[in-house]
Design a binder for this molecule. Structure first.
Ligand code: KG4
Ligand code: ZN
Length: 362
């Protein structure tokens, strides 16, 4: 059995975790996630604040993860760390700490691509969330549909042409006056909304779209964001068409916002589900794995399950703690990379962006 410490500091959570195992038989021994809440005040992550917060918390967070796993640093077999993509200043805190710990303990240093981590998250909880599968990666920074033939063998089928899915939720949250990050607030508000009152077009879904068309698997969310803005503004000026919604009163506006949230979420989910199902059908996959913060969205999971059932596929989503940024998925991906011999020397650097290892174009 191999014990790997994972460290994640790419954005605004400082996280450390220990996994223990071999191959796909892996147990999570500990997971500590410290979320920085200072950014909510600014309506977005402030890089300089994030770096400083990582600096103050990295030592106690790692210490706590080791304690919860009943280990000293000498009990580890390797140290895995997110080195890309993310905020460079934030990443550097984790990378520098991991390098120092690898040097002090003489253990291998394993660089992990953050998105590969998200692909591994569901496998920590579901034994069958292993390749081959179709992956839907939906986070604040990325939206991708990937065919995963094997761990480390990734085929990029589709991606967003502008905003990431989570980013779209966050921007719409802002337009609706909800706290940052908006994703889960939009989901909660959409529950109060009436379906169909704001039938936004599902982005990048045309009639007669064919495999091979450039937009067959791609998604785009900037247009719907503008449509939401217009709906919010129109509602603010006009008397609502639906008098039953309460006229121009405050409760009328609240209902309208809920209806808009519902319309937005339904359209985004409609697109994500359609593209993912296309990918699974094309490659004959019977498993669909969702990763990234938007995987917390229950309406998305439910819609994907309904669609997948139609062709006999099973959908795996990580629980919210493992869907959003965390070090357990980094340790899990690190275990895989270690077994492949993908270790780094102590001159490892952090990068704002870098290609996902093993990713090829469709
Ligand atoms: O994966 P993640 O923690 O960070 C990145 O790597 O980006 O994803 C964060 C994103 C945010 O945009 C957040 O609003 C979104 O995930 N999110 C949700 C939900 N929970 C988190 N979006 C929609 N519905 C949710 N329930
Ligand atoms: Zn992430």
């Amino acid at each position: 059995m191999t014990r790997v410490l994972g460290i994640e500091t790419s954005c605004d959570e400082t996280s450390a975790a220990v996994v223990d195992g071999a191959g796909d038989d892996v147990v999570l021994r500990s997971l500590v996630i410290l979320s920085q809440d200072a950014h909510a005040v600014f309506g977005g992550v402030v890089p300089e604040i994030a770096s400083r917060a990582h600096l103050t918390s990295i030592v106690p967070v790692v210490r706590r993860a080791l304690e919860e796993a009943s280990l000293g640093s000498d009990g580890l077999d390797a140290i895995a760390v997110t080195y890309t993509p993310g905020l460079v200043g934030a990443l550097l805190v984790g990378v520098s700490y991991a390098k120092a710990l690898a040097f002090a303990t003489g253990r291998p240093l394993v660089p992990v691509h953050h998105l590969e981590g998200h692909l591994f998250a569901a496998a920590l909880e579901h034994r069958d969330a292993i390749p081959p599968f179709t992956a839907l990666l939906v986070s604040g920074g990325h939206t991708m549909v990937i065919d995963v033939a094997a761990w480390g063998d990734y085929r990029l089928l589709g991606a967003t042409r502008d905003d990431a899915a989570g980013e779209a939720f966050d921007k719409v949250g802002k337009l609706l006056g909800l706290p940052y990050p908006g994703g889960r607030h939009v989901e909660a508000l959409a529950l109060q909304g009436v379906p169909g009152r704001y039938p936004f077009t599902r982005p990048m879904l045309r009639q007669n779209q064919r495999p091979g068309d450039a937009d067959y698997f791609d998604v785009s969310f900037s247009g719907i964001k503008t449509a939401v803005l217009r709906a919010v503004e129109d509602g603010a000026h006009d008397a609502p068409a639906d008098a039953a919604a309460g006229g121009g009163s405050a409760s009328g506006q609240a209902q309208r916002h809920a209806d808009i949230a519902r319309g937005f979420q339904d359209a985004v989910i409609g697109t994500l589900v359609a593209k993912t199902a296309r990918a699974a059908r094309k490659y004959g996959r019977t498993r669909i794995v969702v990763g990234g913060g938007v995987a917390c969205n229950r309406a998305l999971a439910a819609a994907l399950r309904r669609e997948a059932a139609a062709f006999g596929a099973t959908v795996f989503t990580p629980s919210p703690r493992l869907a959003t940024d965390n070090a357990a998925m980094i340790a899990r991906a690190g275990l895989f990379r270690l077994a492949r011999g993908d270790v780094a020397t102590l001159d490892l650097n952090a990068y704002a962006t870098a290609g996902l290892p093993g990713l090829r174009a469709a």
